[in-house]
Design a protein around this ligand. Structure first.
Ligand SMILES: [Mn+2]
Length: 510
């Protein structure tokens, strides 16, 4: 039989590393300790590795949390024989290597984030116990061509080709990290082909619509946010009437003509509303459907919603295959979708603060700020200026949190929000960083004006030197304390433990 990693087009030196990683799992006689990030990609990564390790007859213990910091690594206790870190870890590879050496165990990192100041996989001069696999060291773009789930799936395939069924969670994890826009590339592409070939998923091109019926799907649509239809029952119904489509029709039961008419109508309307043609075109992409779980985008956002609402164990159970967990997670996602939409409708009503090169809004729920900034940027306001969303988490310690979103198109013109957030945050008593297209930061309360004008100046410089730093700033905004809510993710942790052969345990956090 052909080498599964070879047919997935994994570069040979990377495939060698996966084989080494698989050998580490096979030779592990005690417990495998898995740490992963708590977002959609991180939960899928943890689920894939746990399932593959379980199938290989090993015991495991999973923890999903906020991104690991140095203190978290120091706190790791050695009640295991193999440490696996997924969807994070490259930044602290040296600390992790020291840790596994101290504990006398083996360890591996499966990460796709860019480690600072390194162009090669981690290696320690005195013989390290840490095996690092990161696509960025093998000529693969870690932002689009491979996620934590992708790497976890490749480890699973190196363990046994029987793990091919886990490809749907690999794709879901990549979707949660937005690696499917505008299409699956790099390692994800090969995995999609495998899933199609195995008959696990089918794809069709069109707008992603998810709901109990077509009216529900239009009413709940946030991405795209369709003005006069999203969040407007009467608007959604009247549109369907105009197009002669029965509102109670299931999305996957629509005939081809109806799909075409509906897609065309939305396409034209978004353009009329001023949405950039690239953004509109990107919406009409391949949608994957699993026979078991339906839309993979829905699966991805559902698992991601579990992470955001501190229910990582529930998300993990969905990846494990629990139908009951799937039903519960559907409700979690519906709730988050509604909250996002309520924020968007409020933002439309209240408007946006515009500066020379940036625009900004206030969002009361910090865990949703990034998503809201992204949708507001793409579908509601000026798509030539990045959007910043400011929020004040209750446990923020006197700091204002900032989420910023742009588009790949603006990044092509020089926008790098990661650099903007890092520089402006550092200057005003916070920390920041991230990707060029999506980044986050913070600043000491009381510096809103200074922070924003600094961001405005930096973005102006990046986008062809407009904005001189000498920008007139509007009056400081009013912070509505009544709008602040107590909900929101604050980096809580979740543990999930399981022994080989034992049944699925009940949910619980610790
Ligand atoms: Mn990730």
């Amino acid at each position: 039989m052909e080498d599964p990693l070879k047919s997935l087009k994994v570069p040979a030196p990377m495939a060698e590393r996966f084989k080494e990683a698989a050998a580490l799992v096979h030779s592990c006689c005690g417990k495998v300790r898995i740490y992963s990030h708590y977002d959609g990609d991180g939960i899928c990564s943890a689920g894939i590795v746990a399932k593959a390790v379980h199938r290989a007859g090993k015991r495991f213990h999973v923890t999903m949390s906020d991104v690991m910091k140095r203190e978290d690594i120091q706190a790791i206790k050695g009640d295991f024989d193999l440490l696996i870190i997924t969807d994070m870890g490259s930044t602290y590879a040296a600390d992790l290597s020291d840790k596994v050496k101290e504990l006398g165990v083996r360890g591996m990192v499966l990460d796709h984030h860019k480690p600072e100041k390194r162009d090669e996989p981690f290696s320690s001069p005195d013989g390290s116990n840490l095996l690092e696999i990161n696509p960025r060291f093998h000529g693969i773009d870690g932002t689009n061509g491979g996620s934590g789930s992708t790497l976890s799936f490749l480890l699973a395939m190196a363990l046994s080709p029987e793990n091919a069924d886990l490809s749907i969670y690999s794709l879901a994890g990549s979707i949660a990290d937005r690696q499917h826009v505008p299409e699956f590339t790099g390692l994800n592409h090969g995995i999609k082909e495998l899933a199609v070939e195995k008959g696990l998923v089918t794809g069709f091109k069109g707008m992603p619509l998810q709901g109990t019926d077509i009216e529900d799907a239009l009413f709940r649509a946030n991405e795209p946010f369709i003005k006069g239809v999203s969040g407007d029952k009467a608007g959604a119904r009247s549109l369907l009437g105009k197009l002669r489509i029965g509102p109670e029709k299931k999305v996957d039961e629509l005939d081809e003509d109806s799909i075409r008419v509906l897609n065309s109508f939305i396409y034209v309307n978004l353009l009329k509303d001023g949405v950039h043609p690239t953004t509109v075109a990107e919406l009409f992409r391949e949608n994957l459907f699993s026979h078991e779980w339906g839309s993979l985008s829905n699966l991805a956002y559902m698992i991601d919603s579990c992470g955001r609402s501190k229910q990582t164990a529930l998300g993990f159970e969905v990846v494990w295959g629990s139908k009951e967990a799937f039903q519960t997670a559907m409700k979690v996602r519906a709730d988050i979708r509604k909250r996002i939409q309520d924020h968007l409708l409020r933002t439309i009503k209240e408007g946006v603060h515009t500066m020379d090169s940036i625009q900004w809004i206030e969002v009361s729920e910090d865990s949703l700020a990034g998503t809201i900034a992204g949708i507001a940027h793409n579908f509601l306001f000026d798509h030539e200026k990045p959007m910043l969303a400011l929020s004040r988490p209750d446990d923020g310690g006197g700091k204002v949190k900032v989420s910023s979103r742009g588009s790949r198109r603006l990044c092509g013109k020089g926008l790098d929000l990661g650099a903007v957030m890092r520089e402006a945050s550092t200057m005003y008593g916070g920390e920041g960083g991230g990707h060029d297209v999506a980044a986050g930061g913070s600043f000491q309360d009381g510096n809103t004006e200074g922070f924003l004008s600094m961001c405005d100046m930096l973005v102006g410089k990046q986008l062809k030197g407009k904005g001189s730093g000498n920008v007139p700033i509007g009056p400081p905004s009013r912070w509505s304390s009544t709008a602040r809510r107590k909900q929101g993710w604050s980096g809580g942790r979740c543990r999930w433990m399981m022994t080989a052969g034992s049944p699925l345990p009940s949910r619980g956090r610790s």
